[in-house]
Ligand binder design. Sequence first.
Ligand SMILES: C[S@@+](CC[C@H](N)C(=O)[O-])C[C@H]1O[C@@H](n2cnc3c(N)ncnc32)[C@H](O)[C@@H]1O
Length: 630
Amino acid sequence: MASDTTSNNPLLQLVPQDTANEYYTAVLSSLKANGIEIRPDAGGGRGKGVFATKGFQQGDVLWTERPLAAVQQLDSKLEVSTCSHCFKAVGTVEQHVGGKICCLINELSDATEEDDLRQVQDRVDKIQAAVNSQFLEGLLQGRVDLPLTGEVDMAEPVKCRGGCSEEYCSSGCEAEAWERYHCLLCPVGAAEGPSSSSSSSSDDKGKGKAAAAPQHSASCSHSPAGGSSSSSGDGAGSSSSRRAQKPAVQQLHGVAVNRAKLGAFFEHADETNDIFRVAAQVIASTIITADKLLQQAAADTAEGAEAGAAYARAISAAAAGERIAARVVTPAHAAAAAAEGAGSTAAAGRDEQQEAAAAFARAAGAAQAGSTVQQVLVAAGSEQQQQQQQCLQALQAAFLPFAVGHKAAWWDVVAEQQEEAEQQEGSESDGDSDSEEVDAAELRAQLKELAADSLALLRAGLQDSRFPQLFDLQLYGSLVGMFELNNLALAVPAPVARYKDMLLHPAEYGVDMDAAAAAVQEVQPLLEALGDDADAPAEGTGFYALQSCVNHSCAPNAAATCLPSGQMVLRALTDIAAGSEVLLSYIEEEGAGLQERRAMLRDYGFVCSCERCSAEELAGALQAQQLVAA
Ligand SMILES: C[S@@+](CC[C@H](N)C(=O)[O-])C[C@H]1O[C@@H](n2cnc3c(N)ncnc32)[C@H](O)[C@@H]1O
């Protein structure tokens, strides 16, 4: 649902329905989501929703989608190295096994008396039986080969051209991330071409055998991806040698980028809330898109002026041939004359007329594209006002994908959740409502201050004078709030889990059974040491244009999962009839009772009244009545 906030920020105003409809039509078409529509009012006060316009069968893919903005959690990045743009795993299976063991060792060494120490000791024993420090170092450094790991599709890491510790699965992903947002967010910013972090050749059955800087050392006092910084996601790490060469502030996309200050922003985000990193990604990509729109508008205006000059030249050329000159009085006539072409007595002027016609056609197109800009220019008073209006218009267009999704401010969302939780607990115990209010109010103030600190650091890193609306605290809070409510938790299958699954089910992967059985024998101690941690996916959070429009039900008919490629796929869990709403479950609803589900859904800011909840509520009320009657 679009926001109806009371803020004066134009980016927070309700998006006109026509504009939203146009945007979603474009989204559906670009995703080739056939048989799907977005209705502005899904009913029951739930805002917009996604509906099937044709029947789907259980298991059908409804659509696949990449996020508009996403980050992997810092902790998860230590355990599963992925492409910072698309979340496909990078490195080798061996490095991932080593990384997971390091994380496990760290976790176990943090165990306290409150943990089950016998269980902890059991796991330590298993690790010691499986690896020694030399073997672990070998896994991490690419000196140890495990059997059949070449069968798992992995990508060789490509480093960020800016010199920070971000890694990508391909030069394509590196370039896309750089162009879309990372050029403004990289805390190092030495803009060289992308470089592979591995010097190895690709003759190793696609393993991407890396001599890549390991993310862990065998002592397991590991650092995040790339190894040199406490930061991850956008803004991770730095190379001090490159930092020394670059200027303190770089001008890019109309923004003065202070890389050192960006580093401080990311450190703060890593210490406080991952979501700030996603918000920064949205802000950076919006600036870049808006800047491109402004450049385009300027080019169109220049083209219009050029067209005018060409027209003037065409007029004077045509003056030599009266038949044409009499007719070429408007751009439309110029175009018609040029199309007619032959028969002109002004042979010398024909080419020029055609050029003029073409220039006019271009100018007309440009004028049409920029017509709203022109209207604004006429309406605006001073040149400065005109520029501000132009900037705002470009900004609104660039921000549209997020404007259609934004919600209440983060501090309000969280404080309301807290209030409700406390009221619930309060009504179950003796509840002092005054102190509850103070707690929620305090929380609101604390979160607002935290967001203000984060935004101040981002503003210091991205010094911008054209788009003040984008650096407004209320907008920042709304962006973070939107991510809290709309984001899909990313869970990209880890390569170690795929490796294990392949060894256990070789036939499904076309792998020789005997080879798999021998491999299982060899790696059994490692898999036992890892236990369930082998299966832990890469976890993060992403905002998706279409998935974020799907409402919740405690009896869902669809489910979203991540593929190893990092793409999200939405599949039908049941048959879905044409005209039905597509519904996901935002929570682990299976086996949970009504109150438990409602408590989980509090985080999403609504009370569910889906068919299952309504039926259970009714059944509960009837039961209560019967008890009273009895
Ligand atoms: C991911 S968005 C879904 C799209 C949303 N309807 C919109 O208009 O943007 C999640 C929000 O939709 C609303 N919503 C989703 N499922 C709901 C449900 N079962 N009952 C009430 N509100 C729901 C809540 O406001 C929730 O915060």
